[in-house]
Ligand binder design. Sequence first.
Ligand SMILES: *[C@@H]1O[C@H](CO)[C@@H](O)[C@H](O)[C@H]1NC(C)=O
Ligand SMILES: [Zn+2]
Length: 430
Amino acid sequence: MSSQPLLPSNHPEHIASVIASKRRILFTTILTTVLLIAGIIFVSVKGEGVPSSKDPLKLANYYLKSSPVIDGHIDLPIFARAGFGNNIDNMDLYGDLKNRYGLISHLNIPKARKGHLGGFFWSIYIDCPKDAGPDFLTPYNGPRDTLEQIDVAMNLMDKYSDVFQLCKTADEVMEAVASGKIASLMGMEGAHSLGNSLGALRMFHALGVRYMTLTHGCNNAFADSGGIFQPVTPHWGGLSDLGKDLIFEMNRLGVFIDLSHVSDQTALDALSITRAPVILSHSCARAFNNISRNVPDEVLSKLGRGKHKVDGVVMVNFLPTFAAPGGVGVDVKTIADHVEYIASKTSRDHVGIGSDFDGIDAVPRGLEDVSMYPNLFAELITRGWKQDELAGLAGGNLLRAMRGMEATSLKMKQEGKKPSMAVYAKRTDL
Ligand SMILES: *[C@@H]1O[C@H](CO)[C@@H](O)[C@H](O)[C@H]1NC(C)=O
Ligand SMILES: [Zn+2]
């Protein structure tokens, strides 16, 4: 399916042009001088040796150099919690980290550099409450633990401040990548982290959180979850009343609504009222594996460009048991199939990568860790994907959606929309 070109300012290749611009000014000055002296009227400049499409991996690496991957979901913070009690003194991101289950981290700095990882959302995740109670009011330490996950993410960014740079806007992502840093965004995974409070959402936003998944594998005061391998019994039938206020507040603040993990009805409800582009930060297509965690065609049909559609990006998850029934035979081609299928239902401008690395206990053959992204791009080159489409998949589509999300926030503030004072009706303390 063909796709319109991205706006130049959104195009990841622009990242390369930012880096190159200073060099180019110097080059232009020298070139002009040479031309004047020589009196040459016309020169043709030879191409810079673009690798042949006969070597797709080399070509993929060449493309990714100027359009690096911005992954929608990497679970390094929960890896730090489970494996190291959040003690970053014991974490060497230049080596292989091993968590308490013996799993080796999918991300370290050398692997990230090798795989052209230009940025990612650090997943701020804590477990659902064991028993939230019938009205989600059982007290638990979720909001504290969520703050600890933001703390460990920020501590790691500080420890390796020559590598990571905290980013809160699409422009900041561009700047970080242009200066050779790995752009570091934060996304919260599950509104159960909010303790039923919109005030808490505003404070997480103030700390830098730029997406929130409406649920994890449990229902919460705002919305119903899709469950993981089995559906969970709906509590609200989609969004609750407070959930609708949450959508408004996320739009107004400038926090992406993430529809991974949610029930189909929650996704449809959110899409019917959001004013901003949405994401699915780490989801596979249900067409290949009929589990509730995967995104159904009905939701995909609402995403894209044009009337009655919402702009957004579906970022494909690498977990084999999501990609295919039982996780059997999943390799880089399987993941490419998901990318192409989602693109066929939306467009190539609405796909991205949300590997779920460091949060998954199995990986596809050929996509074992963050050093391996180029294999996926090489596979798509063999299937006819062009440079601008691959740049969009890598990160350009996400940045376009993020600018749209930021623009909605600005517009709502210009319209005078005030912070929502909605309070969860079941609370009695406020
Ligand atoms: C998918 O699974 C659901 C149960 O979760 C079932 O109702 C539905 O018929 C299945 N669809 C297909 C195409 O098998
Ligand atoms: Zn998840």
